[in-house]
Design a protein around this ligand. Sequence first.
Ligand code: CA
Length: 228
Amino acid sequence: MTTILVVEDEETLLDTLAYNLEQEGYKVLRARDGEKALKHIRKKRPDLVVLDIMLPKLDGLAVCRMVRKDPDVAHIPIIMLTARGTQGDKMVGLDSGADDYITKPFNLGELLARVRAVLRRAPGQVIARQSLEVGDISVDLVARRAYRGEDELQLSYKEFDLLAELMRNRGAVLSRDLILSRVWGYDYYVDSRTVDVHIRWLRQKIEDDPSNPQRIITVRGVGYRFEV
Ligand code: CA
């Protein structure tokens, strides 16, 4: 049975979320603060965590970072609930390692759809997404091939992963650290400049003018964004 941990200190919202997830057939665990959430995650290993950011004791971002640093539970997908919908908040949520985020107030149907989507792409489950397409760039995730229009791009292993990660999160800013952790892995010792170098190589392959990139945009002091 699929178990979902819901972490929220607003009692009414917690009840509503738990009730609706149970109606969908999930087993629901509840936590009302960050410390309790971490305990549940480590002991009960839920299949998914729905995590509010504003929480007593330990906030959601801190919980998320700690989960991502713990090899035993780092793979557990997390959907973050954020109060505001600015680009900055989204960036902070993804930067801490969340798989998806949803802005309050949200529609329950939307949350349930996100839950299903995140569970589908969780490790060991059926891969929901097999290809990505943004503009004339497309990526076949199964065959590990990338195309610009009809032309196949000659990408190295890491360039391919980097392109796929940027396209998966198109429109959102990804920090160098986040890119490092997702593309190179948490334990891999590489300098964040490695990301810049690979971005440069990738630009030479997918941009009309690599010195004036229109697809992979540098967000100064933060990281990179794949333009929609
Ligand atoms: Ca809260």
